[in-house]
Design a protein around this ligand. Structure first.
Ligand SMILES: *[C@@H]1O[C@H](CO)[C@@H](O)[C@H](O)[C@H]1NC(C)=O
Ligand SMILES: *[C@@H]1O[C@H](CO)[C@@H](O)[C@H](O)[C@H]1NC(C)=O
Ligand SMILES: *[C@@H]1O[C@H](CO)[C@@H](O)[C@H](O)[C@H]1NC(C)=O
Ligand SMILES: *[C@@H]1O[C@H](CO)[C@@H](O)[C@H](O)[C@H]1NC(C)=O
Length: 501
């Protein structure tokens, strides 16, 4: 009897490993896109038909968080499943000539999947370092292939960017005085300056090609597509410029949405759509200082640069026909949870380091409960003396410090702009995010033993978390060396103007 059972088990195991090919993953990361920016999140004039289609056929998150209100730290957490303080991607962001980058001993999602034979590619905005001779490029972090701009597309003088069609005026000058923005292919500069007007098409073609090639070879794949849209300066190439109802921001978003449509079509055509998890979210909240050209946090408070929810709560959609049922989840989840979830779904080993992410498979496939009980909010310049600025436990969020940010300027709410200086709160300001998602009405703890007990619990979770936090050496504080900035013509002079090929 026992041997029959064993035989049966063996057959089952063999059957499972033979028939179920590991799933593919497409991870799309928008830039400075707010909670209120997508059609499926209620924006009245955004045109996002493909994201709306994903939302209608997939799972839409209402309580999904990134880990930082600015770019590089948020990306470090997404790819490693660890708060940016551990990997040292703080304060602020990396620059073209930055000496540091995401340390090579950090394990990225791509590196988690490589041992299982996955094909891996990154296309778009990296922003986790360039370094001497491209030390920190994606190809050094588990990606077989990379095509893209290694940092933000405003980190260089604006070059023929928003001038098409001719009635769309250039907006600002971006970073005059640095090298023009390069397009990298793996570790080689393919174009400098990049042709912005055809960039999206170039990305779309690269991604299509990668999916098609992998599908033909029946090789499981991981495509990471961090888009430069909808970061400043907002623009679109000829396919989307002037076509949205929402001006330059709307055009940029439409261009991103169109590429997402191309990817979905390719997944369908190559027959792998039912075996692919497509996940979409954004790196941080909207850059409100760009006014009508910036994004929109919807009903959330403030935006980029702040630890209010507008800075870090993001649209997120998981799409996997046949595996993820359509719906909406109010469970708390985070970019931190993507690495452990992908590892679980692929059957990969987790990196042997302190992870801050939790497997969210149960949320995805069963619309189940989150394992995550809390979310931590670090400012753009975290340090061990201040520690966390805020902490969400269940539906409650406690602010120990609040501060506005230049990125969130121009809003009527006086808590958002840079003039709102650092304020300590003891006891912390506590909001019930279910009753008051806009963080308008702090709870009055007086005469409320239940809330006093909640405060004790919040303090305990904070203390436990902070005791586990070992700050990695700051990579951004290593500074910049203009000679490290990518130059297609390294011996030329005078720099940076001569870096032009
Ligand atoms: C990477 O190396 C640095 C420097 O040796 C070390 O401090 C850090 O803990 C290492 N990180 C990981 C994830 O192993
Ligand atoms: C980059 O590599 C070249 C060739 O190996 C070398 O000559 C140069 O010194 C390196 N540059 C830096 C900044 O390390
Ligand atoms: C800018 O783009 C337009 C439209 O594609 C093109 O005709 C023009 O030559 C470009 N100018 C420069 C300086 O590249
Ligand atoms: C995916 O599954 C659906 C529903 O079972 C089916 O109609 C469709 O043909 C499948 N698509 C592919 C490309 O296999």
């Amino acid at each position: 009897m026992e041997s029959v059972r064993l035989l049966f088990l063996n057959i089952l195991i063999v059957f499972c490993t033979c028939s179920a090919s590991p799933p593919n993953f497409v991870l799309i990361f928008a830039d400075d896109l707010g909670f209120g920016d997508l059609g499926c999140y209620g924006h009245p004039s955004s045109l996002t038909p493909n994201l709306d289609r994903m939302a209608a056929g997939g799972l839409l998150f209402t309580d999904f968080y990134c880990t930082s209100p600015v770019c590089s730290p948020s990306r470090a957490s997404l790819l490693t499943g660890r708060y940016q303080t551990r990997s040292g991607i703080y304060p602020g962001v990396l620059y073209p000539g930055s000496i540091g980058g995401l340390p090579l001993n950090e394990t990225t999602i791509a590196e988690v999947l490589k041992p299982l034979g996955y094909a891996t590619a990154a296309v778009g905005k990296w922003h986790l370092g360039f370094g001497a001779n491209g030390t920190f490029l994606p190809t050094k972090q588990g990606f077989d292939k990379y095509l893209g701009i290694p940092y933000s597309h405003d980190m260089g003088p604006c070059h023929n960017l928003t001038c098409f069609p001719p009635d769309v005026k250039c907006f600002g000058l971006c970073d005059v005085g640095t090298v023009t923005v390069p397009l990298m292919y793996n570790e080689i500069i393919k174009q400098q300056p990049v042709n912005f007007l055809s960039l999206e098409r170039t990305y779309s073609d690269f991604a299509t090609n990668f999916i098609t090639t992998s599908a033909k070879k029946k090789q499981p794949f991981f495509l990471y597509y961090p888009s430069h849209h909808t970061h400043y300066p907002q623009y679109a190439g000829p396919g989307a410029a002037g076509r949205s109802l929402r001006g330059s921001f709307g055009d940029a978003l439409l261009e991103l949405d169109t590429t997402i449509g191309d990817l979905l079509t390719t997944l369908e055509k190559t027959g792998v759509i039912n075996n692919t998890l497509v996940f979409f979210t954004s790196d941080n909240g909207p850059e409100l200082m760009r006014m009508s050209r910036g994004g929109n946090a919807g009903l959330l408070k403030c935006g980029k640069g702040t630890t209010y929810d507008g800075g870090m709560r993001e649209p997120a959609i998981a799409f996997w026909p046949g595996t993820i049922r359509p719906g909406v989840t109010h469970e708390m989840a985070s970019t931190l949870d993507i690495l452990p979830t992908i590892a679980r779904l692929a059957g990969a080993k987790l990196p042997q380091v302190m992870l801050d992410g939790f497997d969210m498979t149960e949320i995805l496939v069963n619309h189940g409960k989150s394992i995550r009980e809390a979310m931590m909010f670090y400012p753009t310049d975290p340090n061990e003396i201040y520690g966390l600025f805020a902490l969400r436990l269940g539906k409650y969020k406690a602010h120990f410090y609040t501060r506005g940010a230049s990125h969130s300027g121009t809003t009527p709410d006086q808590d958002c702009p840079v003039f709102a200086v650092l304020k300590a709160h003891d006891p912390p300001l506590i909001f019930d995010l279910e009753a008051d998602p806009s963080e308008h009405y702090p709870l009055n703890l007086q005469g409320r033993p239940d809330l006093q007990a909640l405060l004790e619990r919040i303090k305990n979770v904070k203390q436990r978390f902070e005791a586990s936090m070992v700050f990695g050496e700051s990579q951004v504080s290593k500074g910049t060396d203009p000679n490290l900035a990518p130059c297609c013509n390294p011996q030329c002079s005078p720099k940076p103007r001569c870096c032009h090929c």
